[in-house]
Design a protein around this ligand. Structure first.
Ligand code: PLP
Length: 385
């Protein structure tokens, strides 16, 4: 199989598994227990917290471990909004942010911004939206979009938020592990990470919360300084920290591989684009994460491409790609990101996201694009019958 779906999830790095192994087997104490077995588990969690904090430039008391990126987003949005005020976010956020935002919108407590045609929300747009809306207490914008890779100018948005005294949360799930991520340099107050996007285990995430930021727990209990109840998943937490540390150490190499694969992929896709396919991802490397490229197929002579059939056909030929975010593929809904960026429903339903990883080769990309070309030709031919 040619796996080009790393933005959905990555494989567990064997070195991460090795770090986790003792906590899945011999070291099984409950971190809340006072005996030696419990203290060993507690020690591992606190060490992991220190590791994560030091890599992102935070204090260890500012890291809350969660069961996923989704839970960390929920804690940031819902935990903060329980303290009152309104939320400002965008229509291209991951559903972990968008769903609570839509609920708050129905209650008259959220503004959901439309992005530009590349799915970007600029600091100027945030500034304009905040003016005259004194009730907004929280801005939440993703660092990079998971479907099309577009980067948000987070330092620019942070400057606007700071000037207006508004708290800023960023869902950094698609940038953490690949880009340098320093909460001070970025100026964010809260940030979400998820281990399985950087070769860590699934079911492990964290929320950075700057000291003094008011958030209420969603799950009450004594753990995580009473901010997230539930017996800690020690192995998953250890795995998250080990994976982030490896990503930090190997960042240059991972980034340069991803960038060169992107260049290769864009040139391999050029013939399809000349024939009418749309490169949804911004072409300028500075505007997008290097590991995500999204290409959409608008209808030709009124004949749309069925996006789900396209992905399934590629799968039958041995290529794993996504139509958009993994959470929405499987349903026949068009991509909410492409719709928000202004594409019509048919085009928004016929997009392919390639996302590369540390194991991807240029040869795999060539084969995958050849297969995509063949599948598209076949589907177009069948549509004319
Ligand atoms: N945010 C973004 C941008 C994502 O891409 C994802 C995963 O697809 C999530 C949040 C959710 O993370 P998790 O899978 O850990 O719940």
């Amino acid at each position: 199989m040619i796996y080009l779906d790393h933005a959905s999830t990555t494989s567990l790095d064997p070195r991460v598994l090795e770090a986790m192994y003792p906590y899945l087997t011999s070291t099984y104490g409950n971190a809340s227990s006072v005996h030696a077995a419990g203290r060993r588990a507690r020690g591992a969690i606190e060490e992991a917290r220190e590791t994560v904090a030091s890599i992102i430039g935070a204090e260890s008391s500012e890291i809350i471990f969660t069961s996923s990126g989704t839970e960390a987003d929920a804690l940031a949005i819902q935990g903060f909004m329980r303290c009152g005020g309104a939320l400002l976010t965008s229509a291209v956020e991951h559903e972990a942010v968008l769903r609570p935002a839509e609920r708050l919108h129905r209650e008259g407590r959220a503004v959901i911004l439309k992005p530009d045609d590349r799915g970007a929300v600029s600091p100027a747009l945030v500034d304009e939206a905040l003016s005259g809306r004194e009730n907004v207490g929280l801005v939440s914008l993703m660092s990079a979009n998971n479907e099309i890779g577009t980067l948000t100018d987070i330092p620019g948005v942070a400057a606007v938020c700071k000037q207006r005294g508004v708290t800023l949360h960023t869902d950094a799930v698609q940038t953490l592990g690949l880009h340098v991520f320093d909460v001070e340099a970025l100026g964010v107050d809260m940030a979400t990470g998820s281990a399985h996007k950087f070769y860590g285990p699934k079911g492990a995430g964290f929320l950075y919360v700057r000291g003094g930021t008011p958030i209420e727990p969603l799950i009450e209990g004594s753990q995580e300084r009473k901010r997230r109840g539930g017996t800690e998943n020690v192995a998953a937490i250890v795995g998250l920290a080990a994976a982030l540390e490896l990503a930090h150490r190997e960042r240059e190499a991972r980034l340069s591989l991803a960038s060169s694969l992107r260049t290769h992929l864009l040139s391999a896709l050029a013939p399809l684009i000349r024939e009418g396919a749309i490169l949804v991802t911004p072409e300028e490397p500075s505007r997008a994460v290097p590991h995500v490229v999204n290409i959409a197929f608008p209808p030709i002579d009124g004949h749309p491409i069925d996006g789900e059939m396209l992905i399934l056909n590629m799968d039958m030929e041995g290529v794993a790609v996504s139509a958009g975010s993994a959470c929405t593929s499987g349903a026949l809904e068009p991509s909410h990101v492409l719709l928000a960026a202004g594409y019509d429903r048919a085009t928004s339903s016929a997009a392919v996201r390639f996302s590369t990883g540390t194991s991807t080769t240029a040869g795999e990309i060539d084969t995958a694009v050849q297969i995509l070309t063949k599948v598209i030709e076949r589907m177009r031919r069948l549509a004319l019958l």
